[in-house]
Ligand binder design. Structure first.
Ligand SMILES: [Zn+2]
Length: 274
């Protein structure tokens, strides 16, 4: 009987074209800009933060464009983000060597054989040093750093896109995204098993019998509500048992619920909206 929330994975042609087009343009421009920034920033930790920030930014942008194009598949968005990350890496490698010598760019800088030859040479020579020695990091010492950088960019873009997209819920009735968890309430877990049987069978009114907490007190029960602001067709709730800050167990995960059966606490919260 229960209807769990799932992304429909529906993708319109226009939505797909939009996310791929904007994603690729951003990868090319962003990858180049990132390369220039790397060439001009001498601090290793700042560069690391920049790498992480840039990858998450790319992931966010892909998720954002995909959601604006009503792409209801975080997995597809993550795949597009990884593809964009690979393109961005290529443009980073092409531009970085040019930025180092402070030369102007032309189209021949982007030819695969040029990019490969220059970066092979760069790997042997190195371009930056770490610590007091002043010796550039190069060769076998530089290789793992390049690999780690590539992994960060690919992983953070892909995981980031999935994470940002999965934060929202799509209402298939209104054809719109809405904020994921709208409200939450913390309750005591109680020890009455008959009550729990009723709750498992969908009678959430029984939750009113449990003691309310102001915040998480472990163990406790968290009631999450997801509620479409424009219709009554796309409301969901989750019941999560929290055993500690990092230990939780879903009793019910994003199951559809009729408007009138929404947990009491959240009805009060959302009453001011309409
Ligand atoms: Zn709706």
């Amino acid at each position: 009987m229960t209807k769990e929330y799932r992304y429909s994975n529906a993708v319109s042609l226009l939505g797909a074209v939009r996310v791929i087009f904007v994603g690729l343009i951003s990868s090319v421009i962003g990858g180049g800009a990132y390369a220039y920034a790397l060439a001009y920033i001498p601090f290793v930790y700042v560069r690391l933060l920049l790498t992480i920030g840039w990858s998450l930014g790319l992931g966010w942008l892909v998720a954002n464009q995909g959601m604006k194009g009503n792409v209801r598949s975080p997995l597809l968005l993550a795949t597009v983000a990884v593809m964009c990350a690979l393109v961005a890496l290529y443009f980073e490698y092409a531009v970085y060597v040019v930025a180092l010598v402070k030369d102007g760019l032309d189209w021949t800088d982007f030819l695969p054989e040029t990019v490969l030859a220059r970066n092979t040479a760069l790997l042997e020579q190195g371009s930056w040093s770490y610590g007091q020695t002043g010796e550039p990091v190069r060769g076998d010492d530089l290789k793992p750093i390049w690999i780690i950088e590539a992994i960060i960019i690919i992983l953070f873009s892909g995981v980031g896109a999935h994470m940002f997209a999965a934060e929202k819920v799509f209402c298939e009735h209104c054809k719109r995204w809405y904020e994921g968890r709208l409200g939450e309430q913390y309750l005591s877990t109680g020890d009455d098993s008959a009550l729990w049987d009723d709750v498992r069978n969908g009678d959430l009114s029984k939750l009113t019998q449990l003691e309310q907490f102001d915040g998480p007190e472990f163990p406790c029960l968290r009631v999450d509500v997801y509620r479409c602001p424009s219709c009554q067709d796309s409301n969901y709730y989750s019941l999560v048992k929290l055993y500690g800050r990092h230990k939780k167990e879903y009793i019910v995960k994003m199951v559809w619920i009729a408007e009138q059966d929404l947990p009491f606490v959240l009805n009060e919260q959302s009453s001011g909206e309409d």
